[in-house]
Design a protein around this ligand. Structure first.
Ligand SMILES: [Zn+2]
Length: 84
């Protein structure tokens, strides 16, 4: 069984989850991967979308991103991290 934990993440972590980080600065990708690795083996982030509208759920927050640790205020989106 996989473990999972609810998280709130920045837009770049959502982009990384959506397309593997192709459009993100490589240094940021490294931060995201390091953040995921801190959860456990094979950790991956999945975002949550509204089942009717398909939109991401979230809003502005000053809390750090739960995956990459970004401390800049900005949009945070709901999702979860799963690992073995
Ligand atoms: Zn992030």
């Amino acid at each position: 069984m996989k473990l999972q934990e609810k998280v709130q993440v920045c837009v770049e972590c959502v982009q990384y989850s959506a397309n593997g980080g192709a459009e993100i600065d490589p240094q940021k990708v490294a931060e995201i991967q390091a953040g995921l690795n801190s959860y456990g083996t094979g950790a991956e982030f999945h975002y949550i979308t509204d089942s009717e509208t398909g939109e991401l759920s979230g809003g502005f927050s000053w809390s750090p991103c739960d995956v990459c640790g970004d401390t800049l205020g900005g949009d945070r989106f709901d999702g979860f991290v799963m690992w073995l």
